[in-house]
Ligand binder design. Sequence first.
Ligand code: ZN
Length: 342
Amino acid sequence: MKFFKQKTNIVFLFVIFLLVASLSGVSYFAYEKHSDYVEITAGIERNNSALDEAQKKIDELTAQIADYSSKATQNEQEKAELNSQLQAALAEKARLEQENNNLKSQIEQLVQKRRDELQAQIALNNVDQADTAGSGICYLTFDDGPSDNTLKILDILDAYGIKGTFFVVGNGKTQYMSQIVNRGHAIGLHTATHKYDVIYKDINSYLHDVKQISDIVYNATGVRSNIMRFPGGSSNVVSAKYCQGIMSDLTVRMPSLGYSYYDWNVNSGDADAVAVPAQTIVNRVLSGAKGKSSICVLMHDNAAKTTTVEALPAIIEGLDAMGFRFAPLTADVYGFYQPVSN
Ligand SMILES: [Zn+2]
């Protein structure tokens, strides 16, 4: 062929060949490059979305940590506040203990003072009792009522035109309480239950019992009585079985609460047995009254004590013959105190 026979043409063809070969090489590499790009871009996108997830998780955890920190701060503050409250409570406890000790020593002093006063009064009373017989007043007192004997006792007192004093209990016979008051006699508080183990258990039990009988009397009669007699008297020692020193406290406490309490200086002895013969009771009272200028006679108003009722007219007549006049107890009358022994 004429064309291939010319040297320049062969060179030309060779050049063309080189051109074509180099172009296809470039496009091959370009293609390779493009496919990497797509893959990497997809990778970046995957990573971005994972990054978003990771960021979300980081935000959540950061918020939770912040929450815990704020709670921890709050707890620390609460703990500090509780600690300061604890310190204040401890200080208050120490202060109250100190105050209690002071008050206890004040009570000790009062009790001692009261004992001294009582001893002085008892001594004075003994001197008084040595005076001329029959110049004074007789206070007839009846404990443990009302009972089915109350009206009989009232009838006898009324027949002689004299007044007595009834230290009553809470036994349900309130209908007789109004009779006592309406007929002009004195009504005093003895006890609601008359159970030594209950009332002398502690101060609060005793005060509770007094409130009970006070309310019973008030509801039955409209009278808020301020005169009282301790079960067993203020000198009783049976209370020591239940509470050491309770009478020393109560003999100071009750007057400070506005009550006058009464013991006695003549014991009728009507409680020495279920039924003491009437004449024995009369003799005991009249001999007990001998040599005393003023007397407070202890008797009992109880359904079983029929001989007390029987003895009463002779007691009144005998004391009257000795020169005694009769009166109901009032809060200003001296209490005929016996020495406190518990
Ligand atoms: Zn009694």
